[in-house]
Design a protein around this ligand. Structure first.
Ligand code: ADP
Length: 626
């Protein structure tokens, strides 16, 4: 081949820093190929030189065949800028980027005779550019993420700049810790002056000076409210980390902070509550352990769940032996039905108090106990178990029996001399009838009253022991109750009562009962009113018929009876433990006997009293059918 401008030009083309390949426009056979072109093509010289171009570049023929043909046909150059090509270079497929031109070479008539292919590989630049772009996008993403993190972090984040600690950056969470305060751009002591005298200020300065990170845990920082200015105690967890400049010297502080006030307050409160609860239960445990009574708790299935020292002393079982066993272990065979009864009473909301019964000890002994059972409720008020307090009253029972026996015996022995004394007084009384000496007459009258009192008392004791041995007999006759009441009142007045006793019967009432015994009930009630109410006060007696019953009431203006005594006042030997009883003689059998007598008649006896406002005793009896 021949180039018009000679060897030098040819040489220049071959050495050019751009790939050049010159094709014959008719045959597309490569006539000149330079080194740079071979380098870009990645193919040996003889694969291209003298070969049909599309044989040499079969892998891109489809893509560019038309473009090349177009150049030959139209005489216009074809430019491809930084296109990505898949070339087979050195026997392997490679993706490269190239910029190339198919430029026509025309003869003098304007006919395209040759096509020059100019090519520059840009792979390195493109890849570098692409990498730079990716890096830029990634950096942007990273920045966005950081920004999002910063803006949305549930942790308060801020940056203090310089030794003055000027707020350089504040995220929304941090700002929320100081509602309504301008922080950004202000020095800490300006924006939050109340920290000046707090340890936190020294800590911050220390971090700035030393560069040492500080972690605070539940630190108390009193801060002012912006609205009211009042100081609030607030707690924070935080990290202060020094920001270092190029010289590795602190030039700011990075702060991460979380407010934990609510959690701390809640925990402190819980702790205080738990402490109170623990103290309470410790106290309770101490009381239970030191009690002289057996204190036992059990489930609704009667399984024992706790057992105190006294329970062990009274029943013989240790806690280890008995917890987990049923309470039936303690109940004698003939009283087994008591347990379900107690349970059903408790379930229906009743209380079981001072229930006297007998229980079995570990060594098989029967003991007398007084039992009080109460429900154990959960927080919702449901019964989840029972607590049982059992008092060993064996000794008390024995004492009562001894007392009764003794009183019965003494009373019996006293009766004979008293009867003689009574007869003697009667005789003396008759003999003195006409005597002038007024003193003797009064003395005899007084002696008679005392003898009667003594007789009543002794009869009372004898009645108790008769009652106990079931020997009391009721001798029923029909009589006028209102008349009997009037009689007893007369007697009381005769006996020198200092009270105003009033009685205005509504109408005559006739009943069928043991006149003597009902008389003793009435005289006991009036006697008590006289005994316990101060002299000069009134005693009001009533007798009302109501619904087939007659109700008699004795109302006084004495000290009254406390609620806790009301239930037990009709018990044998029960005396209220109070000042007013200390000075009044009595054995606590009057009301007991009265109650027994009334019950034997099918009636009821009860008392009403508001403490300190007098007492009203009532008894009711069925009325005889006409
Ligand atoms: P006594 O009077 O012999 O002690 P009672 O059985 O008659 O025995 O009475 C029992 C207790 O009830 C008394 O000790 C007293 O404390 C109390 N009591 C009885 N009647 C009255 C009353 N009218 N006012 C205040 N307390 C009373």
């Amino acid at each position: 081949m021949q180039l018009t401008d000679g060897e030098d030009l040819h040489y220049a083309v071959l050495r050019a820093p751009i790939g050049i390949c010159i094709l014959d426009a008719g045959t597309l056979i490569a006539e000149i190929v330079n080194d740079k072109f071979l380098e870009v093509a990645g193919k040996p010289y003889n694969h291209i030189r003298g070969k049909f171009y599309w044989d040499a570049f079969a892998e891109i023929r489809e893509r560019y065949e038309d473009a090349l043909a177009g150049v030959v046909r139209t005489g216009e150059a074809y430019y491809a800028d930084e296109v990505e090509l898949m070339l087979i270079r050195h026997g392997r497929e490679e993706m490269i980027f190239v910029t190339f031109v198919y430029s026509p070479i025309k003869d003098k008539t304007g006919t395209v005779t040759k096509v020059a292919v100019w090519v520059l590989e840009n792979t390195k630049q493109v890849v570098e550019r692409q990498m730079a772009e990716t890096a830029r996008v990634m950096a942007q993403k990273e920045r966005d993420r950081l920004n999002r993190f910063f803006m949305q972090a549930p942790t308060g984040i801020c940056i203090f700049d310089g030794p003055e600690l000027v707020y350089e950056l504040v995220n929304p969470t941090y700002q929320q810790l100081f509602p309504g305060r301008q922080l950004l751009g202000r020095a800490l002591l300006d924006a939050v002056p109340e920290v000046r005298d707090q340890p936190i200020w020294d800590i911050l300065q220390n971090v700035y000076r030393t560069g040492k990170t500080f972690e605070g845990y539940e630190l108390l920082i009193p801060l002012a409210r912006t609205d009211t200015g009042s100081i609030e105690e607030r707690y924070f967890n935080f990290i202060y980390q020094a920001r270092l400049n190029e010289k590795e010297q602190p030039d700011g502080i990075l702060v991460f902070v979380i407010e934990v006030t609510d959690a701390v307050i809640l925990r402190n409160r819980n702790m205080a509550e738990r402490k109170i609860a623990e103290e309470k239960s410790a106290k309770l445990a101490a009381i239970i352990e030191s009690s002289d009574d057996a204190i036992i708790s059990k489930t609704l299935d009667s399984v024992i769940t706790s057992w105190n020292d006294s329970a062990q002393r009274i029943f013989g079982y240790t806690a280890d032996e008995i917890i987990g066993e049923t309470i039936y272990k303690l109940i004698p065979p003939d009283r087994l039905e008591e347990e379900p009864q107690i349970l059903s009473r408790i379930k229906s909301g009743e209380r079981v108090e001072h229930f006297e019964t007998r229980r079995l000890t570990k060594d098989g002994q029967l003991i007398d106990v007084s039992v009080t059972v109460s429900p154990l409720n959960d927080l919702g008020g449901n019964i989840i178990g029972l607590s049982k307090i059992a008092r060993d009253i064996t000794e008390q029972k024995l004492n009562e029996t001894r007392k009764s026996d003794f009183i019965a015996m003494v009373s019996h022995e006293l009766k004979t001399p008293l009867t003689s004394l009574n007869i003697l007084l009667q005789v003396v009384g008759t003999k003195l009838k006409n005597n002038e000496d007024g003193f003797l007459a009064t003395a005899i009258q007084k002696a008679n009253i005392q003898v009667k009192r003594m007789t009543d008392m002794i009869n009372g004791f004898l009645n108790v022991s008769r009652l106990e041995s079931g020997k009391i007999l009721i001798d029923k006759r029909t009589f006028q109750l209102d008349e009997l009441l009037a009689e007893v009142i007369d007697e009381a007045n005769l006996a020198g009562s200092m009270h105003r006793i009033s009685f205005e019967p509504e109408r005559p009432v006739s009943i069928t009962a043991d006149r003597d015994r009902i008389s003793s009930v009435i005289s006991n009630l009036i006697g008590n009113a006289v005994k316990y109410a101060p002299g000069g006060t009134g005693i009001e007696i009533n007798c009302v018929v109501d619904n087939g019953k007659v109700v008699v009431s004795v109302k006084d203006e004495g000290p009254g009876i406390k609620p806790r005594d009301i239930e037990r006042i009709f018990d044998r030997y029960y005396r209220v433990d109070a000042d007013h009883t200390k000075h009044v003689a009595g054995f606590g059998i009057g009301l007991y006997l009265s109650a027994e007598i009334i019950h034997l008649h099918g009636g009821d006896i009860w008392v009403e009293s508001e403490n300190g406002r007098g007492a009203t005793f009532y008894f009711s009896l069925p009325i005889a059918k006409p």
